[in-house]
Design a protein around this ligand. Sequence first.
Ligand SMILES: Cc1cc2nc3c(=O)[nH]c(=O)nc-3n(C[C@H](O)[C@H](O)[C@H](O)COP(=O)(O)O)c2cc1C
Length: 186
Amino acid sequence: MEKITWRGGAMLAPLPVCLVTCRDGEKENVFTVAWTGILNTIPAKTYISVRKERFSYELIKNSREFVLNLTTEALARATDFCGVRSGRDMDKFKEMQLKTQKATEVGCPLLSDSPVNLECKVTDIVELGSHDMFIADIVAVDVDKNLVDENEKLNLDKAKLIAYSHGEYFKLGEKIGKFGYTVKKN
Ligand SMILES: Cc1cc2nc3c(=O)[nH]c(=O)nc-3n(C[C@H](O)[C@H](O)[C@H](O)COP(=O)(O)O)c2cc1C
């Protein structure tokens, strides 16, 4: 493959694009985050990188809590909209008709139509430059009951999750393998 070398940039794809919900006292908000991932398994740790100028930034900094809501094809419009409009100017839950429910471990609302909600408590805030990274413990995970079968297996392939790749949203494609399939004996 012949290559063209560009200067360093945030060119990792695909990424899970999430709707993050947050609350500080009476103020609650929802916004879109793609700069996220898993940092550690035990304890389960995640991060979100957020620019200081976001309305959500102060809410998360003050409450030290947020919820990462995985997004689906049905939530694609809301995912984009909540990433281009600010909670400073409008109630995005209302605008996008996003239903919410109470979380178990944190004060922020869960998005009812998201198949998986990660309830997070911030442990560290790292200033990186354009963004501050909120490192957080994942203290509870709420999953759509309809995706869990009788063996308690979560069938996430049925959730119609979406991904973000270089400025565009995609449906996930076909399953092409599973963890360790290359070495599994029949
Ligand atoms: C696909 C997508 C991904 C985004 N990812 C991030 C992100 O990781 N961090 C961030 O600070 N802003 C991100 N944004 C921008 C914010 O979601 C956007 O500025 C939003 O309006 C902030 O809302 P708020 O002011 O209500 O907090 C993203 C926007 C989109 C559309």
